[in-house]
Design a protein around this ligand. Sequence first.
Ligand code: DMJ
Length: 654
Amino acid sequence: MYPPPAPARRDFISVTLSPGRSYDGGRGLRRRSCWRKWKQLSRLQRTVVLFLLVVLMLVGLLSYVHVADEWAAVDSRSAAAWQMRPANPPVLPAPQKAAENPEAVAGLSPQKPQRHFRRGPPNLQIRAPEGDPQERRQDQAQKRAEVVGEAGWGAEAQRDGLSWRGAGTKPQQGTEPLGKKAEFPPRPSPKAARIQPNPASQNARQKAVVDAFLHAWAGYRKFAWGHDELKPLTRSFSEWFGLGLTLIDALDTMWILGLKKEFQEARNWVSKRLLFQKDVDVNLFESTIRILGGLLSAFHLSGDVLFLKKAEDFGNRLMPAFRTPSKIPYSDVNIGTGVAHPPRWTSDSTVAEVTSIQLEFRELSRLTGDKKFQEAAEEVTRRVHGLHGKLDGLVPMFINTNSGSFTHLGVFTLGARADSYYEYLLKQWIQGGKKERLLEDYLEAVDGVRKHLLARSEPRKLTFVGELNHGRFSAKMDHLVCFLPGTLALGAHHGLPAEHMELAQALMDTCYQMYRQMETGLSPEIAHFNLQRTKAVKDVQVKAADRHNLLRPETVESLFYLHRLTGDRKYQDWGWEILRSFNTYTRVPSGGYSSISNVQDPRHPQPRDKMESFFLGETLKYLYLLFSDDPDLLSLDAYVFNTEAHPLPIWAPS
Ligand code: DMJ
């Protein structure tokens, strides 16, 4: 019926498989034939062909990169895991020399940093640890400084325009204008000024700590330089705040251990690379105790005002956290934008977090003459002092930033989320010259612990601190609670009842047993104490989910106080055992130490590929001080340690 339509111009690609004439012809003929065919294609056909070619090339390239990375990661993980396993587990090898070349370990070669999940916000930049030209320039500058030698310490500060008088200082950027300055530049207390590193007087155990530190530092320096934490197995790093957390946490430890070269190199990084003007959320508590505390302490020990300027800048950036309806600070604050907020899932902060920033904020006010830091932090203390919901001085674990009241009432622990509340009651009282009424809260709380939380295990009758959950006692004790023997001993030293020292000693035994009764000689994160009268079981029981060890400091911290204040050398011996266990089960040959997942399996301790900053900031520092017999090395009458082991001067030293 209808005439057939005229043949339309159709867009398609035809492929001729027949070799045709061109097959037999020469190359020129073939080229001409291809070219003719290409010219015969429509514009759309040509575009499609070109597009497909580009896509194919991209897919090929991406698959190649991915497969190469995967193989490198698998290689490295299996090699590192193999290296972590002690060859002869029950025998503790002598510590290795930190100077040993990590590259020399058979089968291991450095790899590019792994992609990893970060806790920080997504816009943090992750840079390769090596190869940064600016970093290289710094390295060269550092080498030049080393040639200058000791004179370089002060000279470096002068080059940056920094001086004790503060007159020639460069302005630092902050979210708020810097506050009113003290009329005279701050100086450490006279006793504090006497602290100088003296490597010549180190004993063998202290040298072993220095060796451990250098080994940890070598890993950090090589694979995580300027980043928050070392991932020693994959030889890379992780970011939390993106502020060189480990480096800052370790500054004063390097000073105390007499590691001048390392201190100077880290100081250069702080001077040139530590910038706080960045869009990043930090946790108020963690950044206060590690960064603010670390900088203040580095300032006091070295006298280098660079650290104070950085501390002031950082302190200013934390202040928005206090702008809440209740004056109880939010948990997080963006140090670039000045926006503070609670965690995503609640408007609560934890009690330990809001009550364990006072030593640092008060000291920052004293040094800068700007009272706002102290006022904001002390307002929190005042409000918490008057709150309902306590039980004989014991506090719940959460506090609401809108209402300012405790929440989750009826649960009491000296472990996570409450621990350093008690520690800072005592330490603020000591810091401020033993005048403040905080002491009453502390004394009441110690009585509360005695009344509600103490129990004794079977069969060894170890005194431990359990938890209370709506009237029900639980025989569970976090390793974190092992700060308590040290704090109780410190209080007794400063004139509190002698029974505090007795309790400290009993709890110290328990914390030691939490290490001793494990197959690796390392404590689990959480212990459960046996209450049944049977000789068949150990006092310390561990649940599968709690078998990890994060290289935490609390037990060696308390050992330091107990030895310093009683003179009993058994505490040094216990610390030595612990250091040896760390060396056996957590030391990674290519540099650094790693948390482990199973303290009960010496054959497979399961390294977790993470070295927490507090291992350098606290654990190794306390071990070094524990092995010292010199009571004037950071005298407890001149200094008070913050909860991250950063010493701050007592305002009116006794
Ligand atoms: C450190 O950051 C501090 O000691 C804090 O008080 C508790 N947690 C870690 C160490 O375990």
